[in-house]
Design a protein around this ligand. Structure first.
Ligand code: ATP
Length: 278
């Protein structure tokens, strides 16, 4: 029996736990202000420490940018958070009570951690609207019924997300015809349909045009404070745009090398050395 029973499936007649679902998700316990705690995490691949005694906390509503050279351990860290990789040692908590190292990938996703991988994985044959609708149906917190029909509340939610991801007016287009940037936004929208409490974005602007990158920065700035977000990105101009006065974490060789505002980390000698290879 899982230690934490996060999903509380309600009957169809019970109060709605979310604005559009029929399932109540019991809250992550964030009474101490943090949504994610990683402590002394180590991940070894045949003796090589991809993550080495990593410590990192994310506060509720924070937008944290993670930077670091290739091979620093950024993806491996996200793999630990989402249950894809088990650490050899250390602790990883979602809120105060959910031990991520004891949960399956499925349990973690449904407890409220949404992850967007680098490549967009939308359903190309389906329209933009259908993709968002499918994301809602795939949300196992929503009780599946044979004849699933959207309520006006659920349609309203899709409209809201369409605006946010700048795809209103394009809802009937097959997703396969969207630009690379639009597909990325659609995928972010699909994650948002499931109302994640922590959103992990792996290089969201890789391969985007300058205009798309600027719009993605606007989108993330709109999400600021509504969700806790961790963004891994190499594009420093973009990081600068979304980090504002918030904390940026620099990973190097599997540990935190520096943490502070973008200005602070950019002027940190150790960071300069790692990036310039001096
Ligand atoms: N499954 C694996 N087996 C062996 N080594 C691995 C495995 N996954 C990652 N590594 C190694 O662990 C280190 C960290 O990799 P990781 O992909 O987490 O870095 P990263 O910071 O995400 O890099 P990038 O910015 O290039 O995506 C690298 O040296 C990588 O080669």
């Amino acid at each position: 029996m899982a230690r934490n029973r996060e999903l509380d499936v309600q009957s169809e007649h019970a109060d709605h736990g979310t604005s559009y679902g029929r399932v109540k998700r019991e809250g992550v316990d964030t009474t101490h202000g943090a949504i994610l705690y990683l402590e002394d995490i180590t991940v070894s691949f045949d003796g090589f420490k991809a993550i080495n005694k990593l410590n990192l906390d994310i506060s509720v509503g924070e937008l944290r940018c993670i930077i670091g050279p290739n091979g620093a351990g950024k993806t491996t860290m996200m793999d630990v958070i989402t249950g894809k990789t088990r650490p050899a040692s250390g602790t990883a908590y979602f809120g105060q009570t959910m031990d991520l190292t004891r949960m399956t990938e499925f349990e973690i996703a449904h407890a409220g951690i949404g992850r967007k991988f680098q490549r967009p994985t939308v359903f190309e044959q389906h329209t933009v609207f259908e993709n968002l609708e499918l994301a809602m149906k795939m949300d196992k917190r929503v009780k599946p019924t044979l004849f699933f029909r959207l309520t006006s509340e659920q349609k309203g939610k899709i409209e809201e997300i369409l605006k946010l991801i700048r795809l209103n007016g394009q809802e009937q287009r097959p997703a396969g015809l969207l630009s690379h940037g639009q597909k990325q936004w659609l995928e972010i929208g699909m994650l948002l349909m499931q109302e994640p409490q922590l959103l992990l974005l792996d290089e969201p602007v890789a391969g985007m045009s300058d205009a798309e990158t600027a719009r993605t920065a606007e989108l993330l700035n709109e999400l600021r404070g509504k969700h806790s977000i961790m963004v891994v990105e190499h594009d420093m101009a973009f990081v600068n745009e979304i980090a504002r006065d918030g904390k940026v974490t620099v990973l190097h060789e599997g540990s935190v090398l520096a943490e502070g505002t973008m200005q602070q980390v950019q002027s940190d000698e150790r960071v300069i050395e790692v990036y310039l290879g001096r």
